[in-house]
Write a protein that binds this ligand. Structure first.
Ligand SMILES: Cc1cc2nc3c(=O)[nH]c(=O)nc-3n(C[C@H](O)[C@H](O)[C@H](O)COP(=O)(O)OP(=O)(O)OC[C@H]3O[C@@H](n4cnc5c(N)ncnc54)[C@H](O)[C@@H]3O)c2cc1C
Length: 149
């Protein structure tokens, strides 16, 4: 059964990261982890931040449609009703709002970690862990922590 955890109103990623993210992800099948980026990544130069986190945890990178429309990633990486159907064990949604067209691409009831600066985003309603944070701060901090730097 999937447990839905809403982010506490005052949650910070330090609290969540120390107790949940860094302890859970490495214990699950790393080859079955997707780090997926949405429009919240803001510009093409920031895509590298997600790729670095993915490399650190042995994950692949995917994205939402606006990321493809902006030509920040190739169409083959798009998850959703007009993209790929994926079936990871863990899905790390970075700056993805959780539209039904995007969620239609997620099969197999993955463990969803959502990172979003908006605590009211739809993605938190389907996430198992919600992290309220700015991606541009969180992603490099998470990568550094995981790599033990
Ligand atoms: C026919 C049709 C087919 C479609 N097919 C697909 C499909 O296959 N796949 C798909 O993904 N979409 C598809 N869409 C588009 C879909 O409706 C949504 O528009 C899209 O999924 C939204 O993508 P997003 O979540 O990346 O962007 P947005 O909805 O713009 O969400 C961006 C999120 O990033 C957050 N954010 C912004 N800045 C930051 C920051 N600095 N740090 C943290 N969070 C931040 C925001 O709070 C927001 O929640 C389709 C639409 C149609 C009409």
């Amino acid at each position: 059964m999937v447990e839905h955890i809403a982010p506490p109103a005052q949650a910070t990623y330090w609290f969540i990261s120390g107790r949940v993210l860094f302890s859970i992800i490495p214990l699950l099948g790393q080859e079955l982890v997707l780090v997926s980026i949405g429009r919240g990544i803001q510009e093409s130069e920031h895509v590298a931040l997600a790729k670095e986190l993915a490399d650190a945890i042995g994950a692949a990178v995917s994205c939402s449609r606006p990321v493809v429309d902006a030509k920040w990633m190739e169409k083959s990486r798009q998850v959703g009703s007009s993209g790929k159907i994926v079936k990871p064990k863990v899905y790390v949604a970075c700056g993805i709002s959780g539209s039904f067209q995007h969620l239609a691409g997620l099969k197999g009831n993955p463990f969803i970690v959502a990172i979003n600066k908006n605590p009211k985003t739809q993605m938190f309603r389907v996430a198992d862990v919600g992290i309220v944070a700015d991606l541009l701060e969180f992603l490099p901090a998470a990568t550094t922590r995981i790599l033990g730097k």
